[in-house]
Structure formats: C-alpha cells, structure tokens
Design a binder for this molecule. Structure first.
Ligand code: RB5
Length: 145
C-alpha cells in the first residue's frame, strides 16, 4: 500500500528538528514534501511556513502535515487559521494519538525548543499511524468546520 504524502515545514528554530524528521520519514517510505525553511541561521516568519503546510493539506497535495517552530505555538496558530486545518500542538505521544482519535487532526505541530528528537519522532510516528475514531467525536469535529 502506498505510504501517505506528508507536507512538512519549519521556521529557523525548527529547522534542525525538521531535517531529522524528514530523514526519518523518507527512510520509512513516506512521500515527503519539504516546504522549507532551508537553514537554521536565516531568521524567517513562522506564519509563512504554517500557511505552506496548510495549503498543501487543504488542496489535497498532502494527506497530513507536520509543522515545527521553537515552541510549536506560533506555527500551530498559523496553520489553524486556514479552513479545513486541524493542527494539534503535541509534546508527547499520548497527545499525538488522541489528537488523531478524537480530533481527526490533519497537522501535527511540534516545539523544537521544548521536546527532544526521540519524543518528536514518537509523536510523528503515532500521529501518522493512528486512525480517527469517529462515532461520538464526529459531531464535535464537524462543528470545528
Ligand atoms: C522564533 O524565535 C520563535 O518565536 C518561533 O520559533 C516560535 O517559537 C513562535 O511561536
């Protein structure tokens, strides 16, 4: 079965973690669209990268998105300003599972300055492998629209 297509982007604060996640996702066979930024030293604005992933997901170019900034807060706010995006800021694997099961999150936001590489990779793996539970959650998720 074809692996999901993933759009991923970060600002300068999230660049290093994004690079490691891209490497990992590619090694796992995902179709990865890396939408930048491309270095950790040039200061950029996280809303631009949140928007890039939001547009990739809402246009159908990517099935899921991953966004990274220093805290994950700014870039998750940015992504969530786009209709159809349900971005979840997660700091642990349980949140990454529950944002899929309960909220049908389609974008995972991570804070590179707050969590380590191993936790971030666990979050991404769980986010991509967990199905939405639907049923009692469906009415609530529909209201988010
Ligand atoms: C950049 O210094 C930092 O403000 C940004 O990465 C993020 O943490 C904002 O929410």
């Amino acid at each position: 079965m074809a692996k999901k297509s993933i759009a991923i982007a970060a600002d300068h604060a999230g660049f290093d973690l994004k690079s490691k996640l891209v490497e990992d996702l590619k090694a796992s066979g995902y179709d990865v669209q890396d939408l930048g930024t491309n270095d950790a030293t040039t200061s950029v604005d996280y809303p631009d990268f949140g928007r890039a992933v939001a547009e990739a997901v809402t246009s159908g170019k990517a099935e899921r998105g991953v966004v990274v900034c220093g805290t994950g807060i700014g870039i998750s706010i940015a992504a969530n300003r786009h209709a159809g995006v349900r971005a979840a800021l997660c700091h642990d694997e349980t949140s990454a599972r529950l944002c899929r099961e309960h909220n049908d999150a389609n974008v995972l936001a991570l804070g590179a300055r707050l969590i380590g590489e191993v936790v971030a990779k666990d979050c991404v793996r769980t986010f991509l492998n967990t199905e939405y539970a639907g049923e009692r959650h469906a009415r609530r998720v529909a209201k988010l629209g």
